[in-house]
Design a binder for this molecule. Structure first.
Ligand SMILES: [Zn+2]
Length: 464
């Protein structure tokens, strides 16, 4: 048998050559990618239960016969456990299954996890550092090449007054980076190399894949900034397939997250339909689902449907258009940390239209210490002296970082001003207005920069 198998191809090749071409030979189809994992839409979120922010839209997309994959960046192992005693990695194992079960109620089983670790801060850079930015990005690029999404949906990368979880921002950063890299055959080339032999153990035989659009959804309070920046969908519409409103499908999916909300879910189990509807309206479950268009490589209008302009089939790799760095004076001071990162990030990924607050803003737990990270740039050929000072709201005090400093020639130095801000006066009638903090930088009696930050002090906020 094996003797025949090995001689047969040579005989048939010779015969086809003799007969003058391929027509005489039955062509053998070269193997192609596994179609079971091809999707139209990939949702990238941070924690198990974050998918709930988009399940109402996913249910609609499924009604339109879209195929959906979900990527969750951490296993939520530092979250609360209201259903049992398990903590840390054991809790993460439970929460992974809760998220899979939640998505299974919609029929979504194409669910993947990165190996990020929960990072409780508002600083996206801390989340990226704690996740292992490079490893997480490599994995997400692989999942895009494996599932070939037309559209990516993810959290809005930016610093805003709101929940502003660094992990939420980090998954938006990763998804944007992966959108711009997955189509590039020189990025993680081992993933897109054909195997060198049949039992190749290292090369993955994926193909580069360029997604066509990326949309964001914010977890910020600043709805004014997002209006008109993308499509919005009513979740009160009735699903064709289940005859339920989309918010209700989303809520029923959320019931899988017992570790996060057992008491609440137990109380809902005692409610009648009218009470559930009342609860849903007051807790925001029935609010419109609003998106921000990040970018489209296939045209379409900003507020048009998410799938406008999408046709099946690969498009060429679209290298992002990088905008030039802003012109800076010889000596300058600017806000550093996540703020300067996001300014660079928007330029590097062609996200010129991505909404961001001006002046920059943050919410802090009151009374709080606000850390203001700064870049001091000296492009001159000699050491320069600068003076940093802070203008604070009543009751505020500069704790450290104000005063006189020198910056060496051609140096970009980091500096940091820390200020204490008092709790706003108790007045339950209305929400306290954000306060403004200003940093001034002078050199040789002349201003070289003024930085403003809006700060809202709250009862509860994640660490800065
Ligand atoms: Zn989350």
């Amino acid at each position: 048998m094996s003797r025949f198998a090995s001689t047969l191809p040579i005989v048939s090749l010779a015969a086809s050559m003799l007969l003058g071409g391929a027509a005489a030979q039955e062509p053998a189809a070269l193997p192609s990618a596994d179609q079971r994992y091809k999707v139209d839409l990939m949702l990238v979120v941070a924690h198990p239960d974050d998918e709930g922010a988009a399940t109402a839209y996913l249910a609609r997309a499924l009604d339109e016969h879209k195929r959906v994959a979900v990527v969750i960046s951490t296993r939520g192992s530092s979250g609360a456990n209201k259903a049992g005693t398990e903590q840390a990695a054991a809790l993460g194992d439970i929460r992974e299954i809760e998220a899979r079960n939640a998505l299974a109620t919609l029929g979504i089983t194409n669910v993947w996890f990165l190996d990020g670790k929960d990072t409780a801060s508002q600083n996206v850079l801390q989340s990226l550092a704690n996740w292992g930015h490079g490893v997480a990005l490599e994995k997400l690029v692989r999942l895009i090449r494996l599932t070939r999404p037309e559209v990516i949906l993810t959290f809005l990368p930016g610093t805003f007054i709101g929940e502003d979880h660094g992990d939420h921002q980090a998954c938006g950063v990763l998804a944007t980076e992966a959108f711009d890299l997955a189509g590039d055959p020189t990025t993680f080339p081992e993933q897109v190399a054909g195997p060198a032999n049949r039992r190749e153990l290292f090369l993955e035989n994926l193909r580069p894949w360029q997604p066509k659009k990326i949309y964001y959804f914010p977890d910020a309070d600043r709805e004014d900034l997002f209006r008109g920046k993308g499509p919005s969908y009513s979740v009160k519409e009735i699903s064709k397939s289940t005859k339920q409103p989309y918010w209700r499908i989303s809520f029923d999916s959320f019931r899988a997250h017992q570790t996060q909300a057992k008491e609440f879910l137990d109380s809902v189990a005692q409610m009648d339909e009218a009470q559930i509807e009342k609860m849903a309206a007051s807790d925001g479950w029935t609010d419109d689902m609003r998106f921000v268009l990040g970018k489209s490589l296939v045209g379409g209008s900003v507020t048009g449907d998410i799938f406008d302009g999408i046709t099946q089939g690969a498009i060429p790799f679209g290298r992002p258009e990088v905008s030039p760095e802003p012109a800076r004076p010889e000596l300058s001071v600017e806000l550093g940390g996540p703020y300067s990162f996001y300014a660079d990030f928007r330029r590097a990924h062609g996200l010129g239209n991505l909404p961001h607050p001006e002046p920059p803003e943050i919410a802090l737990q009151a009374p709080g210490t606000l850390v203001i990270p700064l870049w001091v740039r000296n492009r001159t050929a000699k050491t320069q002296e600068i003076t940093l000072s802070a203008v604070l709201p009543a009751g505020g005090t500069a704790q450290s970082g104000a005063g006189k400093f020198t910056v060496a020639a051609k140096q970009v130095a980091s500096a940091r001003i820390e200020v204490n801000l008092p709790a706003p006066a108790e007045n339950s009638a209305k929400k306290p207005e954000p306060q403004e903090v200003t940093v001034r930088a002078d050199s040789n009696g002349q201003s070289i920069g003024e930085i403003k930050l809006r700060v809202e002090l709250r009862k509860r906020a994640l660490p800065q």
